[in-house]
Design a protein around this ligand. Sequence first.
Ligand SMILES: Cc1cc2nc3c(=O)[nH]c(=O)nc-3n(C[C@H](O)[C@H](O)[C@H](O)COP(=O)(O)O)c2cc1C
Length: 329
Amino acid sequence: MENLAVTYLGLKLKNPLVASSGPLTSEVGSVLTLEDAGVGAVVLRSIFEEQIKSDGSGAYRDLEGSASNFAFEYLRADLPMQLMAEKYLDRIVDIKARVGIPVIASCNCIEKAQWVAFAKKIEQAGADALELNLYHMPVDVNESAALVEQRRLDAIRAVRETVKIPVAVKLSHHYTSLLSFARQLDLVPVNGIVLFNRFLQTDVNIEAESTYYKTEFTSSNVLHSQLRWTAIVRDFIRADIALSGGIHTGEDLVKALLVGANVGYAYSCLAKSADPKETVAAILNGLTAWMDRKGYGDIAAFRGKLRETNLKDGKGFERMQYVAAAMNV
Ligand SMILES: Cc1cc2nc3c(=O)[nH]c(=O)nc-3n(C[C@H](O)[C@H](O)[C@H](O)COP(=O)(O)O)c2cc1C
């Protein structure tokens, strides 16, 4: 009998399949369904800084301009906590009271003070860990990539210094030098990085000549980029890695683990599924059957076997361009 147990962010999980953040993980009912389906842990839907601010806008306006020192910034950041965010925190308390698997909360903020204030409240509400959903469109023409990264690192460091629960950071693909940024996160230190987030897609309606948003679920076809970066980053950081994006089958999860992920996150396959129990069972049975066939008794026996260990040889995941050698021509 294969042992699927893993450790992620210092938490003990019965298996390496984690339900990723989204509408499916925002209510206690659906989280209970996912637990019953058999996932190893759940990441709650993110709460966003805009949500907090919109709810507390009146109170914000009252404070606007009345003080500018940093302590007061924190007070101002904390104000909306008593409003909309209260619901999110209550939900964490509720979910923790009723769910046995590890519960990872998630938030997406922009200002450092907001990140810190939120993180503190989330820890107090009883979340087992916190995932920082790290993205805000950099649309300041004067802010260079280095400054964006510095701003993000400052905020993450401030959160790390504030809470004792494990902290993971969910990244986007949008880094020129991801390996270097991952290493800086590791030095903070964070407990895990999630590769990668997938954003809301903005499309264009050519008749109405307007833009609109649409929800797009993935397929296994998008897995490659996550495999590449997990394999490349693995040996350069101590933090755990969660692979997110394109895990739909047991084979996909096996691939994620082989390149060095500690866990595989899944969202689209669960959101599309009419029966999450059947979907989770199919993925975990696929993993178990493969381990059985290969003679692996536990995950550690094969995890990371295909990680990149020699980044200078131009082979494996390091190869990007279609040169003759890669095409066998
Ligand atoms: C409708 C929808 C809502 C999502 N909301 C969040 C969110 O609130 N926070 C977050 O970190 N990721 C969110 N995600 C991203 C997923 O957690 C996941 O990282 C992404 O869909 C890639 O994984 P998948 O291929 O398994 O779907 C959302 C995805 C979808 C489709």
